[in-house]
Design a protein around this ligand. Structure first.
Ligand code: BGC
Ligand code: BGC
Length: 898
């Protein structure tokens, strides 16, 4: 089934693989095979998905002819000496233009261009954040677009009601078309991260995060989610979203894994087309970018998911892997008419994407005929060699058309203007970038639409969280749930039963939603911020009440009356971007509360149904063993009732909704991440991608091994340094009177420095999960955690992470005490903690957090930390410490020394 795709044949063999099917769904389109043969033929996907009924927009394709050298550097055989990051555009899919030539449109752009001042033109290339730009400033500096970052909102309030967003949209629009800009003002665009619904707006419908949608394997549903999202964004007067994310994540330790639909390029490809079409409307039809649709921005181009689990890291894939795995979604998105594409923070083969002209210009704009605009990511220009946040001709010359300069826009504007004047940025490049921005604005009918509040859907706030949209979200929740275990057919549940609902995720909508929810990290909010949303507990209560059963909610699991069954909802707490990067796949290392809860209920003979909320598959063998049934619910969003729809039979005893979700990522067998070979699933997963039981399955899961040995010579845990009584992977305890003489203390139990220093195991939350560190005085000495290989904590330090730990003073300090982070001999940062320790009552545990930035400020080179934690004093002291890790949050946060 090839849909409407046309293929232009070349002399060279063209390989086409089509009709890939999962769960009865056929996806058509040419498919790039990642085999050696794939390099012989260039392929691309039309992205047309039969099931969606999307008019197979623009036919794609084909071709190939390839130089031998190019073949080698594409991963075929030892490469010729070529600088890393060199691109061979002829290896990439050649797309037919998604839009037919439009001389009238281009003539209108030419006319606009000729009337624009240089300042106006350069302004179109720069985007500011609404927290750092006022409408008055916009009257003076004519920027082409604005955004709201995850923590930004009208009047610097990200909790502002929808009406204030619309009012702000009017204010910025008015300023952009102010007569101060001369006779030809250019109306402004406002972009937002509407990535699982219009998620910055209180009251919006929040759909499952992408990883859950990937499990649904339903492009038709994805298109409807896109349509509903666009309508809700339009209600607030905005016209542009930064999505969909087309990352193909190959290492789920990455904190953005949940933004990825799947590790399977085919799913990403099918969804790319469906989501772009849903958001923008179908190309070539009157609905395309009409007043109920918004501009889509597939992101992050390219290789964002291949960085080995590090946010903004480096993807060391071959060119063929970059194209076939990480690039899988882009041809489909472009064919569906995507108007913007966001460049990735990450690098490919060590070269920052924001400076990669070969990929941005030669491949995307040249080979793939993408005629929309490329937007940069949040101050990512500053990471290009030779650039700062305030000046980066290299990014514009590489092909970025709009630089996202949230707080750096003003100096960037001045500097870019200077670089245009002195020729560092050519007039041709400037005009091309402005032409692209204007093309998108014209296609989006921005010049004809008028003020945001005058547009058809604007102000119709009843569309936010409307019944129709919530029904789509609830369906998506049902379809995304994956059943991993159902021993003894404990599911489906009888709604007439006495049901205990336990776990801290049971009645917790923010936890269901994850990051990019109202706030950037999805933190600092409660159920009250979801006026239309429903928790998983609330959905269960309604289902059971309707049938005449009884429900008891008890997060701790203690019940008043013995239940017939317990549903335990637990899992990861919200995070976004690098704050979600982890070092081990073990769920919640060192925090056994959820496991203890499952075990307690299980040991009492109560059937236990685990509902696991997470942004990725994690190693949960102990939790699987302690449950009779186990459901991977991902981050389902605001419509928690979709869970009860599937878990419970109807009052009449029928199964209304069976499980139909299948894993879109494989589930790990061990906590050790297998270093991914791009796209190749991890070796021998516990459950492979595509796995998922239904009520008809007769599968009993045998008990699984529970030893989580996270110590692994090859790996370093860059997040958790000591948890559950063990150092994290790659770390060990040390003690001594200075770095050269500091010695390892095996297991963190023993004496050092002639008996002056003493380490012993003590209990905190569990048996021997803490260490008591003792100093007998008599001169400076330190006790801490060291590793063999240095770790780079620059991103974490800039990103406002802290090192946090639980501490109890067992014997008060007689001299000053410092916390230190060290980076080799003579390289360290020190933060006094004497007062913090003095302030804690003796014998009481407390939590302390020290901003990493304090260590950077006081001399630590954060790019090569070898000792992430140590305490040093010359006097006497005894403290117990537990759970030493990088974290966010403000409880117990110390100030940096001045
Ligand atoms: C993220 C993007 C996002 C942008 C604007 C960046 O940090 O990487 O995905 O669109 O911020 O919030
Ligand atoms: C995010 C923004 C967020 C900001 C906070 C960025 O990396 O993408 O959306 O508001 O950080 O500093």
């Amino acid at each position: 089934m090839m849909g409407n795709a046309r293929f232009r044949r070349t002399k060279v063999r063209t390989i086409i693989c089509a009709g890939v099917a999962w769960s009865g769904l056929a996806v058509t389109g040419a498919m790039a095979a990642s085999s050696a043969l794939a390099v012989k033929a260039s392929m691309a996907a039309s992205g047309a998905v039969a099931a969606t009924g999307v008019p197979a927009a623009t036919p794609v394709l084909a071709t190939v002819s390839m130089a031998a050298g190019a073949a080698r550097s594409a991963g075929m055989s030892p490469a010729r000496a070529e600088p890393p990051g060199t691109v061979h555009p002829q290896l990439w899919p050649e797309l037919a233009p998604a839009f037919p030539p439009d001389p009238a449109l281009e003539a209108r752009i030419t006319a606009l261009l000729s009337g624009m001042s240089l300042e106006q033109k350069v302004g179109q290339l720069i985007q500011a954040d609404i927290d750092s730009l006022t409408p008055d400033e916009l009257r003076h500096d004519p920027l082409g677009s604005i955004l709201n970052g995850g923590n930004s909102g009208p009047g610097n309030n990200d909790l502002a009601p929808a009406s204030e967003w619309l009012a702000a949209a009017d204010r910025f629009y008015d300023a952009s078309v102010d007569p101060s800009h001369g006779p030809h003002p250019i109306p402004i665009l406002w972009g937002t991260d509407a990535v699982h619904g219009d998620n910055n707006i209180i009251g919006a419908t929040l759909f499952p995060q992408n990883i859950g949608l990937g499990a649904a394997h339903d492009p038709q549903l994805i298109r409807r989610i896109g349509e509903a999202t666009a309508v809700e964004v339009r209600a607030t007067g905005l016209d542009w979203t930064f999505g969909p994310t087309l990352a193909v994540v190959t290492d789920v330790r990455w904190g953005r894994t949940y933004e990825s639909y799947s590790q399977d390029p085919q799913i990403v490809r099918a969804y790319a087309s469906a989501m772009v079409t849903g958001l923008q409307g179908a190309v070539g039809t009157p609905e395309f970018l009409d007043s109920s649709h918004v501009i889509a921005t597939p992101k992050h181009f390219l290789g964002d998911g291949g960085t080995g689990g590090r946010d903004q890291g480096d993807t060391r894939a071959t060119e063929a892997q970059l194209r076939d795995i990480h690039g899988a979604g882009y041809p489909a998105a472009i064919a569906a008419g995507a108007q913007a594409i966001m460049a990735s923070f990450s690098s490919w083969q060590g070269v920052k994407m924001h400076g990669n002209r070969g990929l941005l210009t030669d491949v995307l704009k040249g080979r793939m005929h993408f005629d929309g605009l490329i937007i940069g990511d949040w101050n990512a220009q500053g990471q290009v060699p030779g650039c700062t946040n305030f000046s980066c001709p290299a990014a514009i010359n590489a092909g970025i058309d709009i630089v996202m300069a949230p707080d750096s826009w003003k100096p960037l504007l001045a500097n870019t203007l200077g670089q245009v004047r002195n020729g560092e940025i050519s007039a041709a490049r400037l005009d091309d970038a402005v032409r692209r921005v204007l093309r998108v604005k014209l296609r989006a009918r921005l010049f004809d639409e008028g003020r945001p509040s005058s547009r058809p859907l604007a102000g119709h706030f009843e569309l936010l969280g409307s019944a129709a949209h919530r029904a789509i979200a609830r369906q998506a929740v049902r379809e995304s749930l994956v059943l991993l275990k159902n021993n003894g057919h404990v599911l489906p549940l009888d709604p007439h039963a006495r049901v205990l609902v336990a776990g801290d995720g049971a009645d917790n909508i923010p936890k269901q939603c994850g990051g990019w929810t109202i706030s950037w990290q999805g933190t600092g909010i409660g159920n009250g911020q979801f006026p239309h949303g429903e928790s998983i507990f609330s959905g269960i209560r309604r289902a059971v009440a309707a049938a005449g059963g009884s429900v008891e909610l008890s997060p701790s699991g203690e019940y008043k009356r013995r239940p017939d069954v317990a549903v335990v909802v637990f899992g990861e707490n919200p995070y976004a971007e690098f704050q979600g990067d982890i070092g081990t796949l073990e769920y919640s290392p060192g925090h056994p509360a959820d496991l203890n809860l499952l075990r307690r209920l299980h040991s009492r003979g109560i059937p236990v149904v685990a509902v696991f909320l997470s942004g990725r598959p994690l190693w949960v063998n102990p939790q699987l063993n302690a449950s009779d049934a186990f459901v991977a619910a991902w981050l389902p969003g605001s419509e928690g009732a979709g869970v009860a729809d599937v878990l419970f039979k109807s009052a009449a005893g029928q199964v209304a909704h069976d499980f139909r979700g299948k894993l879109s990522f494989s589930w790990p067998r061990t906590p050790q991440p297998t270093v991914p070979d791009h796209g190749k699933p991890a070796d021998s997963p516990l459950f492979p991608a595509g796995y998922g039981l239904t009520y008809a399955s007769d599968v009993t899961l045998a008990p699984l091994p529970e030893i989580a040995d996270t110590r692994d010579a090859d790996r370093i845990d860059t997040r958790s340094f000591f948890a559950a009584g063990r150092p994290g992977a790659g770390w060990h305890w040390v003690a001594g009177d200075g770095w050269p003489t500091t010695r390892a203390v095996p297991r963190g139990v023993g004496v050092a420095d002639g008996g002056r220093l003493r380490l012993s195991a003590v209990d905190h939350a569990a048996q021997e999960d803490a260490r008591r560190l003792g100093w007998a005085g008599g001169g400076p000495a330190l006790i801490g955690l060291a590793g063999q290989a240095p770790i780079d904590l620059r991103r974490e330090s800039n990103g406002q992470l802290s090192i946090g730990f639980d501490i109890r003073v067992d014997k008060a300090a007689t001299r000053e005490v410092d916390a230190q982070m060290a980076c080799g001999q003579g390289c360290q940062g020190s933060v006094p903690v004497t007062n913090a320790l003095r302030g804690s009552s003796a014998g009481q545990w407390r939590h302390v957090r020290i901003p990493l930035a304090c260590f950077a400020k006081t001399g630590a080179d954060m790019s090569r930390i070898t000792v992430p934690f140590s305490l040093q004093t010359a006097g006497e002291l005894a403290v117990s410490v537990a759970d030493i890790r990088l974290e966010t949050g403000t409880d117990g946060l110390l100030d940096c020394p001045r």
